[in-house]
Design a protein around this ligand. Sequence first.
Ligand code: GLC
Length: 740
Amino acid sequence: MKKVLFTLALAVALPLSAQQKPVYLDTAKPLEERVEDVLGRLTLKEKIALIHAQSKFSSAGVPRLGIPETWTTDGPHGIRPEVLWDEWNQAGWTNDSCVAYPALTCLAATWNPEMSMLYGKSIGEEARYRNKNMLLGPGVNIYRTPLNGRNFEYMGEDPYLAAHMVVPYIQGVQQNGVAACVKHFALNNQEINRHSLNVVVDDRALYEIYLPAFKAAVQQGKAWAIMGAYNLYKGQHCCHNEYLLNNILKSEWGFDGVVVSDWGGTHDTDEAIANGLDMEFGTGTDGLAKGTNNAYDNYHLAMPYLERIQKGKVGTKELDDKVRRVLRLAFRTTMSEGRPYGSMLSPEHYAAARRIGEEGIVLLKNANGLLPIDLNKTKKIAVVGENAVKMMTVGGGSSSLKVQREISPLDGIRQRVGDKAEVVYVRGYVGDASGEYNGVVTGQNLEDNRSPEELIAEAVEAAADADYVIFIGGLNKSAGQDSEDSDRKGLELSYGQDNVISALAKATKNLVVVNISGNAIAMPWVNEVPAIVQDWYIGSEAGDALASILMGDVNPSGKLPFTFPVKLEDVPAHSLGEYVGERNRQVQDVKYNESIFVGYRWTDKQKKVKPLFPFGHGLSYTTFAYGKPTADSKTMSADGALTVKVTVKNTGTRAGQEVVQLYISDKKSSLPRPVKELKGFRKVKLAPGEEKEIAFTIDKEALSFFDDVQYAWIAEPGKFEAIIAASATDIKGVVSFELN
Ligand code: GLC
């Protein structure tokens, strides 16, 4: 009795609000308690409403309980303009322009996790300010073929680099109370036939190459969302795939967030129910993903699911698991305590975009120190090429943006040069004069009907008396170039650019070629051109970042996140593996016969095949000298660690940054292994003459391979080498050790 009285008294004593505040609204309560509290309050229809879209990019909340809706937004490089409720086209708002950050290949090319954190924080602030609680990015699909139209959205060919560069990006985004939705899980490595290819790949390649970046995103990055890929694996669409979603992602890796379908990636109600899909977006009720009148009740996880439950065909166990995950998303984002307010178009965001661009640009070649341009000795600079002026933030698919500004390479060079020298511009070639995507237009008029001969003659003439000639070309965001839902047909540049470059190489010895792309290209003129710069899609600050590098304000420090092959046949996906380049709709296999030998893992094994430019390659305006690497022991025990040290010295006359790379080579293994694999990297700043010691501590994880018979990661005792390098082919030192 006493207890009852006491409880009663307590209830009366507490202020009304505290007494009535439900658990789910009490931010002091543990997340799982808040989830369970809501779950117990929901009707069946409210549960169903939470797990599928209500508009093109949003899904319902629970109005009755004050649970907000989920609003997703593309993409990995900037916040997409608002669209109409049920349309792909933009809605024509006037306050949804954004900052375009560099494409993720550029971020990967910085080899600097601090840049990833800066990137994620900045883009997360823009998503937050626009009241989006899920960013549909970053993408970390591995660069298997240089033809893949979406490589520019991803982080290169190496799983270790991609894993270490994606984690801080996710953390930076999620600090804003916005979920990162890491995509496309998994094996979406080409765009042509992306909806119908059934990827056939051995478990070693799956675990050693294609999954690590996603695993790191989940286990280190703590990503709150993962997006299923369009393609199939083991005959099931990845958006509802038992192996990838239930077995690996949720069971093995312990993922507790939401699996979101790609837009139109859901094809089967029963699989969607049972195989781990939590939120269905973009489904066309007539089976197409492009319908403008999707009847959202006809989604697989809508009425069809509700009817199966009502008829007793399925229970509600899977439904409650999906709903728990959606509620976790709400409590981590829209309903999280102390959530920041975000910001947009701020000077800090522009500075971040520029800095990431400047750290990502790669100096591929610089014969006789042609670069940087010394304006005190320069009277005239001729800039040649369509990519010097063409906007690159519009187009390319779902990562297309409506920017507040985009500084073109030509504008950046002109602004930087000022009146110190004359800058002339000639077109050089005509590529794609169009510029519109989903209703966003560039407003540029790039029409030019002159013949290639006329354009080349004009370029050669402009080059004749110029102190520097800067050709700016490469790919663009049009179909068949670097663009979603399409792949390139070959490695070669389009629009006759090679002819322009060769003609210019004959006209001047001071030729700089700037390649703007998210993919490797063939360079038949590589020996005729003294300086080559790999520029990326850098976004709003493209021109300023490039000009800083060309004029030497910033010392280039980028390194390639993927191999530049000489020709397509040098790529194992095209010589050994299968690549299905002809469009068709029926489901068919694509066999990854090359297995784990992707990128430098392949070229290292070839005696004759040498890369045009290797993975990890990038020059500087200064020089670096490496000491002899040492290890703190000659042996490592299975549960021990080993520290490898090496000194790096700036032996040049200006400050710079070097990326010290650690590769591990297993000298004898029971299963085939690559010659070496990246297992560590460190970007280090050095003043002229300054020397620093870098230490890498490795454990058996760095020595392991995935044994698909034992279905486990194995480190076999025996001889290993720790290889210190400045690229996959520029070995600076080797130290041997034994694993006991
Ligand atoms: C697209 C893309 C995906 C994007 C989604 C929404 O088809 O594959 O990356 O986030 O649909 O636009």
